[in-house]
Design a protein around this ligand. Structure first.
Ligand SMILES: [Zn+2]
Length: 461
């Protein structure tokens, strides 16, 4: 393709086809678009390259920051001739979104934008993301593929307990589940008692929320005398924060549902960037729309499949706000080999940690997920914990507060002491440093309506 043809291609809009929303040009080249998840790899790579080239042109033409970074590197859109050439392109980061607040990275005029979302940052201004009508349709189509791949279908009753509003969670799932033909209950977050009531009275078969919030619902249901195992719950989609296999087991043991990890982030589209299939062997990335790379988090050098590093995404079909080489801060690896389900979309290992979640305690790197995994291995604890960092006489201290089951608290003090030393030994072993362990009663730690607040850092106070 020469540059004019690529430009023309860039103007093509993805069709409104739930089965994969190919760009019109591709539909002509490849009429077999009914099952994009199973597209032959060679065909997929060709599609990715063409979409990448179109995205680079569009972004170069419309987004000043991207164009100036290309200029600094002496790069032109036509220098992207193969998928490997993606390494030449500059990275984008969350601070780019903040620095250009609110609309600086938009590649579409506002008359073409039909939706805005924003995510609240911990500091200062939120980041803003935008969607054209075609972007919303594409988002819907990728969610349909994720949800359908996990067995959700027409007739399911889906309770969406992700927050609706500026956050992408609620509306993202909503459009996908509805397009699939399921009955959607837009419960949004909060009010656990009402959530349980809806689940019970409406015969809910599927839930979508953060894993932490579902833990809260499990506890609340128990208090209300509702046995989640007796409800028709069948599938659960959990995301928006890292969670462990032990957490999955805890959820599944108490609810009879099959728990799926669904990945997404607002900067790329929202939920639906990738999802587990029923093999539960990593998350398939919807690669025809989101191109994954793994890079060394320190040097930015691209790493081969199979090696752990930072996940980076390039959107391949988004119009209003294309993202080129966006650094997610999530640490994972692209899994080698094909999944037993037959999908050709590459998989990433479940996200265990984020590069910015890392705590440095007395020179040792500590990740909250390591602590969670260790705690959940031990009988008598609940998956509610909090990490409190303090500084005493110039030395960093960490206290891990863990809720224990009511039975444990009613038992003899000897049992509690035994549990305490077991936890202490497990954490010493996993972390390699001494931390303080405190056992607390069930429900004494603050519950989260969304993402859990696991770490309280009082070191600067
Ligand atoms: Zn699979």
């Amino acid at each position: 393709m020469n540059i004019e043809q690529i430009s023309l291609f860039a103007e093509n809009k993805p069709g409104r086809i739930w089965e994969g929303s190919p760009m019109a040009a591709d539909a002509i080249d490849y009429p077999d678009v009914s099952a994009p998840d199973y597209m032959p790899v060679e065909q997929l790579r060709y599609l990715q390259l063409r979409r990448l080239q179109a995205t680079v042109i569009r972004t170069w033409q419309q987004v000043g920051l991207f164009r100036s970074r290309m200029d600094e590197r002496g790069l032109k859109p036509q220098d992207i001739r193969s998928l490997d050439d993606i390494e030449k392109l500059p990275f984008a980061t969350k601070s780019d979104l903040r620095d250009t607040y609110p609309f600086g990275l938009f590649a579409s005029p506002m008359k073409d934008v039909v939706r805005l979302h924003a995510s609240s940052g911990t500091t200062g201004k939120p980041i803003v993301v935008s969607y054209t009508k075609d972007d919303v349709d594409m988002w819907t189509s990728v969610l349909v593929r994720c949800l359908a791949g996990c067995g959700l279908h027409r007739g399911d009753i889906v309770q969406i307990a992700f927050g609706y509003g500026l956050f992408t969670g609620g509306l993202g799932y909503h459009y996908g589940a509805e397009a699939l033909g399921a009955a959607v209950i837009p419960a949004s977050g909060g009010n656990a008692a009402r959530q349980i009531m809806l689940m019970k009275d409406f015969g809910v078969t599927a839930v979508c929320c953060t894993p932490t919030y579902f833990l809260h619902l499990i506890d609340r249901a128990a208090e209300m005398g509702v046995d989640l195992k007796e409800l028709p719950l069948r599938v659960g989609f959990f995301g928006a924060e890292p969670w462990t296999e032990s957490m999955r087991k805890h959820i599944e043991d108490r609810s009879n549902l099959e728990a799926f990890d669904l990945y997404g982030l607002s900067e790329i589209i929202g939920p639906g960037v990738g999802c587990e299939c029923r093999q539960h062997d990593g998350l398939h990335i919807i690669e025809d729309h989101f191109y994954p790379e793994i890079v060394d988090p320190d040097t930015g050098k691209t790493l081969p499949d199979g090696v752990e590093g930072e996940l980076v995404f390039t959107t391949l079909s988004k119009q209003a706000m294309p993202m080129i080489r966006y650094r997610t801060r999530d640490i994972t690896a692209i899994l080698l080999g094909q999944c037993a389900c037959g999908r050709t979309m590459r998989r990433i290992r479940r996200i265990g940690r984020r590069s910015d979640d890392m705590l440095i305690l007395r020179g040792v790197n500590v990740f909250p997920s390591q602590i969670e995994a260790a705690l959940l291995e031990i009988e008598g604890t609940l998956p509610h914990y909090q990490i409190i960092l303090t500084r005493e006489q110039g030395l960093d201290q960490m206290e891990v507060q863990v809720e224990v089951t009511p039975q444990m608290f009613n038992d003899k003090i000897v049992a509690l002491k035994g549990l305490h030393s077991k936890l202490q030994a497990a954490l010493d072993h996993v972390l390699g440093i001494r931390v303080q362990v405190s056992l607390v009663e069930m429900r004494s730690l603050e519950r989260s309506e969304g993402k859990a607040k696991r770490v309280i850092d009082r070191r600067t106070q």
